[in-house]
Ligand binder design. Structure first.
Ligand code: FE2
Ligand code: FE2
Length: 190
């Protein structure tokens, strides 16, 4: 899978100018992905083939949350309790379909594409941020998130045929490119 919009390096240069705000937003994002996996289990308890994997990803995302929280403290701060709205996820969710099966497929595809975008941007942050400890963390995280991209697509393909999933992925990738390229830059992952 390939993104249809490439984030320019200038995005990262601007984002790291306020690395503390970036970390706050990122901690929030990791916690939300962990929650999302758990809520998929709660909403679709009969999809037993994917429960173990969703639990596993949730654990990994929660670990990322812990690691970002540690970086926040390393920088001398605490979680600030400010939860910014995420116009990116809102933009992507605006095209989900309402039929229960289709919604399930769309959620998994969106999860996969969001991992891909996250991974792309973590690499850029790792490349430009001056602090060595933070840089190392992001370059490593970039690689770890790559595994999740395939995981979510594979889950979708357990329940829907390849072609259907691939066609829908193309449509959502297109939408994702429109959303990512049009959002104003801020010190946040999206
Ligand atoms: Fe993560
Ligand atoms: Fe992830």
């Amino acid at each position: 899978m390939k993104l249809k919009y490439t984030t320019p390096i200038e995005w990262a240069e601007q984002a790291v100018e306020d690395i503390d705000s970036f970390l706050q937003d990122h901690a929030d994002a990791e916690r939300k992905v962990a929650n999302m996996c758990l809520s998929l289990i709660a909403k679709y308890p009969n999809r037993t083939e994917i429960i173990d994997e969703l639990i596993q990803i949730s654990v990994e995302e929660l670990l990322h949350f812990k690691q970002v929280y540690e970086l926040i403290r390393y920088r001398g701060h605490q979680l600030n309790g400010v939860f910014q709205k995420d116009p990116y996820i809102k933009g992507l969710m605006s095209i989900v379909r309402s039929d229960s099966d289709e919604l399930f497929m769309d959620r998994l595809i969106i999860a996969s594409i969001a991992e891909l975008r996250g991974s792309e941007r973590f690499k850029l942050i790792g490349d430009v941020v001056k602090d060595e400890k933070i840089s190392k963390f992001y370059l490593n995280l970039h690689k770890q998130e790559l595994d999740h991209i395939d995981s979510f697509i594979k889950m979708a393909k357990i329940y829907f045929d390849n072609e259907t999933v691939n066609e829908r992925t193309e449509i959502i990738l297109q939408r994702e490119a429109e959303v990512s390229s049009s959002l104003p830059w801020r010190s946040a992952i999206h």
